[in-house]
Write a new protein. Structure first.
Length: 437
């Protein structure tokens, strides 16, 4: 019987016939024939199939490749002092290219039970009539024309219909959201004259990148006047703050001087001895001679005077603050009355058709003030004659956001860069105790 052998690349022996000394006798029977070489060859063949295919059947291009550049990452992938793994781990890490055998038994495609199946109507095909209709719809020929209508569904007033209410009666009922009262009200405009502000106000000629000389000069003069007015108000506020600090320092000095005078008067009272004063002598002494004050009495008198002085100072400061607040309120009331008169006069005259967005009312929506509008003005030395040298200005996102704030759609908010995060507790795991020898 010929043996199946594999020629290894290092073998130098010539092929030869398997030597069997005799075919006579009991040892020469088929069950006693030596098939170790055949089994070894079959095992090598199966291993090659598992690794990806028989090497003899593959072409040279699949087995070899010419490397012209080299791989610089080989030293990183394969370290020099690599730790050898166990043989068991190496065997378990091998993966066969042959898919696993299915665990369930599946009948073949042509295997039947011998019983003829009855003819059934096919349900996976489209009738010719339906196919014709779909082709017409694809070409744009619709048999039914749908008209777009406004939605009449109210998200706040819809009542949910629960079909399984009797089945799941143990579950809590869904609460219908209540419609807020503010949804029925119109947004309040922040303009000073109270008119409705357009979403996108129409800019005048001074905002153009290539404006007329008259429009540009008028807008430049207006913005310059605004800048001068803001600077004047800043200087006036600084002067008022300085005067307030000087008055506070002066009042503190006067209080210290009054305290020193009170201490001196108390010392003069204590200097009296047995009814005698400096420079005054009586012929006969008084019937009842006063005794000398103790240290506790002096401390008590001193504390009482200090409390009286503090109470007088607090009352004076409180009266001053109330007067200042009243002055501010009166000034704001007069200013509001003047603005209302001006707005009424403008409405009656009919000349002011456009809403002035720059002037806003004093009481704004929300706790925070409205952000100032960016100054979109090009100085005379920055004007360009060519549009190629033009630098675009402004931000559409900021403009839209400020427009919503001015129209009263949303409230102004303040950006919080560092929000409060949840506290985290750091613990050290005890994995260092799980050591293995």
């Amino acid at each position: 019987m010929p043996a199946v052998q594999t020629r290894t690349p290092g073998s130098v022996e010539a092929p030869k016939q398997f030597s069997q000394p005799s075919r006579k006798g009991k040892k020469a029977w088929r069950k006693n024939v030596n098939v170790t070489d055949v089994a070894h060859g079959l095992e090598e063949l199966s291993e090659e199939i598992i690794r990806g295919g028989v090497i003899r059947e593959k072409e040279s291009s699949e087995l070899f490749a010419i490397d012209l550049k080299g791989d610089l990452g080989v030293s990183k992938k394969i370290p020099q002092h690599a730790k050898k793994c166990l043989k068991a781990d190496e065997i378990l890490a091998r993966r066969s290219s042959i898919p696993a055998v299915a665990l369930r038994k599946r009948p073949g495609e042509k295997t039947t039970d011998g019983v003829l199946s009855t003819k059934r109507q096919r349900t996976n095909w489209i009738p010719y009539k339906e196919l014709t209709r779909l082709r017409k719809v694809a070409d744009g020929h619709h048999s039914i024309i749908l008209e777009a209508k406004h939605a009449t569904y109210d998200a706040w007033g819809a009542i949910p219909m629960n079909k399984d209410e009797k089945l799941y009666d143990f579950l809590p009922t869904l609460e219908i959201p209540k419609k807020p009262k503010s949804m029925k009200r119109n947004p309040i405009s922040l303009a000073a004259n109270g008119k409705t502000v357009p979403a996108i106000p129409k800019p005048n000629g001074g905002y153009s990148y290539n404006p007329l000389s008259t429009d540009y000069e008028a807008r430049l003069a207006e913005e310059s006047a605004k800048a001068l007015e803001s600077e004047r108000q800043r200087i006036v506020a600084e002067e008022m703050e300085r005067r307030k600090q000087d008055a506070a320092a002066r009042s503190a000095a006067e209080a210290e001087a009054a305290e020193e005078r009170a201490d001196m008067s108390e010392w003069e009272e204590d200097s009296e001895w047995e009814g005698f004063q400096s420079g005054v002598e009586d012929e006969r002494p008084s019937t009842k001679q006063p005794g000398r004050k103790t240290q506790a009495q002096r401390n008590r008198i001193k504390r009482r005077k200090e409390e009286e002085r503090l109470a007088k100072h607090k009352a004076a400061m409180k009266l001053k603050r109330t007067q200042e607040e009243r002055i501010k309120e009166i000034a704001h009331e007069i200013k509001d009355q003047e603005q209302e008169k001006a707005s009424l006069a403008g409405d009656n005259s009919g000349t002011d058709n456009e809403t002035d967005v720059t002037r806003l009312r004093r009481k704004q929506l929300g706790k925070f003030k409205l952000p100032e509008k960016d100054l979109e003005l090009v100085l005379p030395d920055e004007l360009e004659e060519s549009l190629r040298l033009l630098k675009p200005e402004g931000n559409l996102l900021k403009d839209r956001y400020r427009s919503m704030l001015v129209r009263g759609k949303v409230e102004s908010r303040r950006h919080i860069p560092f929000r409060k995060l949840a506290k985290r507790k750091l613990t050290e795991k005890w994995t260092h105790k799980d050591f293995v020898l």
